[in-house]
Design a protein around this ligand. Sequence first.
Ligand SMILES: NC(=O)c1ccc[n+]([C@@H]2O[C@H](COP(=O)([O-])OP(=O)(O)OC[C@H]3O[C@@H](n4cnc5c(N)ncnc54)[C@H](OP(=O)(O)O)[C@@H]3O)[C@@H](O)[C@H]2O)c1
Length: 236
Amino acid sequence: METVLVIGATGNIGVSAVKGALNSGRNVLAIIRSQASADKLIRHIGTAEGITFVEASVTADDGVKSVVDRVRAGELPGFQHVYSCVGGEYITLPMKDITTDRLRANMTSMFEAAFFAYRATLPYLLSQATPTTWTLCTGSQGDIGTHALAAISQGALFSFATAACRETAQTNVRFNEVYLALRVEVDEDARVHGVTSSSEFAGVYEAVLGNEGIRGERVWVERMEDLRDVRVTRKF
Ligand SMILES: NC(=O)c1ccc[n+]([C@@H]2O[C@H](COP(=O)([O-])OP(=O)(O)OC[C@H]3O[C@@H](n4cnc5c(N)ncnc54)[C@H](OP(=O)(O)O)[C@@H]3O)[C@@H](O)[C@H]2O)c1
């Protein structure tokens, strides 16, 4: 059975990725930063079945690499798919009030974590003979810009995704960017706030996993219809 490595597994989008992976009949290798985060994920999924948890710091430049090393050593399950969705602060603080520490912390969690994960996992995926995927969740804040910290990091992720699509184009790795313009929250919060739930958004990842034609694309999730009929355009 295939396995999906999820980075940022315990957040709104991560829970959705885990649900999508499990719904598609795959197992999950979830990187977590504490047992409390693992408990949170189990509560949102409703079971720990099919999920292997591993503790690592995804914001450290060798955090995901240490997980890949343990996979290669046979201590953790091998994976064929990666989903990256580490978050940061979603706030409207004016840029003049953003301290250097705050800027760096957010660029590290929202941008560098994805880059570190890609750099650590790509050689492992390329070494496999079978098709694999790498999926990145970005957001429309990068175009709207009402929440500066999120917007700036999304902008960097857009370019990162284009470069990754280019360099994996002729390989066994299908890299795709899921561009999310809806607000997605874990089911219990989504019910309270009247926004899209992680369970609803999970179908988009199932579609990406299941459709080998989706490669090097931006997957647009702007309207509720996009949750049912996946809409894509080439990244380059
Ligand atoms: N939710 C949306 O509607 C939406 C829309 C568009 C784009 N996005 C993008 O999707 C990404 C995830 O969003 P989200 O709503 O899922 O965020 P979230 O609910 O806040 O989840 C963030 C995830 O990142 C982890 N994380 C955050 N800071 C970390 C750190 N310093 N070290 C290790 N792990 C850290 C959290 O782990 P813990 O559980 O341990 O805290 C959690 O797994 C973000 O880049 C966001 O901009 C989200």
